[in-house]
Design a binder for this molecule. Structure first.
Ligand code: HSE
Length: 297
């Protein structure tokens, strides 16, 4: 009657895939407990580590749970406990982990009537209250794992993209908060055609490179000419961290989701670990505290 789940952090955008591409960080995430109760409805009974709303309609996990609850006909309810490890506003899919965790757990408890795409549909409702818009590029990799591409939101279509065997991510999270809604507000409403051409060429190439394990092409494709120029200004020392990662051998680096976290991809654990040291060294010279993770994708 209860299930304990791990809901992973994710990196959205991956440089050239704004709002469509993302990957899962298997070793970083929240723990949640979902429990069936006699009392009908959705009740959030515990939130640890961060100050988030307990009201179901105001809580990301609650809103996605309600979306699913309204689609099923049952004479019981659910309690949700959230042990939040992913800091809200960190750029590694904190809201998505909450949104996905509640519906994944509920679905398990009632015999899996919904597939992962349907669960993503419910989770979008929760994600939308955090970022003030519907996007699924963190939700999809949290549910499916690995790399995913959101082909469209309406109707929701998610593609699973393979990961080369030796691909590792290094993620640094400076302990400042950037709200997704704020970092979306700095983006231009229109982009020059020449930038759009460069961006979709990179995204197409990156997806091809992931399919063919072409590390050189991954490296050449990890560029963001549309979003990074605006958002990087919100992240202290972004360019130094990115250059340090590239200099240490990373295939590429960029802003993780809406920031302030910065991700890099590397071939092999050894390089990813050198990259970790190089990225950490930049913030170590400042008074900005940070967390850093290396994980296989
Ligand atoms: N694609 C989204 C953005 C991810 O960059 O705004 C953040 O949740």
């Amino acid at each position: 009657n209860e299930i304990k789940i791990f809901s992973p952090a994710t990196v959205a955008n991956v440089a050239c895939g704004f709002d469509v591409l993302g990957f899962c960080l298997d070793s970083v995430g929240d723990d949640m407990v979902i429990r069936k109760t006699d009392k009908k409805g959705i009740h959030i009974t515990k939130i640890e580590n961060f100050d988030l709303p307990f009201e179901t309609e105001l809580n990301v996990a609650g809103v996605s749970a309600l979306a699913m609850y309204n689609a099923i006909d049952v004479d019981f309810g659910f309690e949700i406990e959230i042990y939040k490890n992913i800091k809200p506003g960190s750029g590694i899919g904190s809201s998505a982990a909450s949104a996905v965790g509640s519906v994944f757990g509920m679905n398990e408890l009632i015999g899996r009537p919904f597939n992962k795409t349907q669960l993503t549909e419910f989770a979008i409702k929760g994600e939308a209250i955090a970022s003030k818009c519907e996007h699924a590029d963190n939700l999809a990799p949290a549910l499916f794992g690995g790399f995913t591409l959101v082909k469209s939101i309406s109707p929701l279509q998610i593609l699973e993209i393979p990961s080369p065997n030796d691909l590792f991510a290094t993620i640094i999270h400076p302990q400042i908060e950037i709200k997704t809604s704020e970092s979306r507000a700095v983006l231009p409403k229109e982009v020059p055609l020449s930038d759009a051409i460069e961006q979709w060429a990179n995204l197409g190439s990156l997806v091809h490179a992931l399919h063919t394990s072409d590390y050189n092409l991954i490296s050449n494709s990890l560029n963001d000419v549309i979003v990074e120029p605006y958002r990087s200004q919100l992240i202290p020392h972004f360019n130094e961290v990115k250059q340090a990662a590239l200099h240490a051998g990373a295939l590429g680096a960029g802003i993780s989701g809406s920031g302030p976290s910065i991700f890099s991809l590397s071939k092999g654990l050894e390089t990813a670990t050198k990259v970790k040291e190089a990225m950490a060294a930049i913030y170590s010279k400042t008074d900005i505290a940070f967390e850093i993770h290396v994980t296989k994708i």
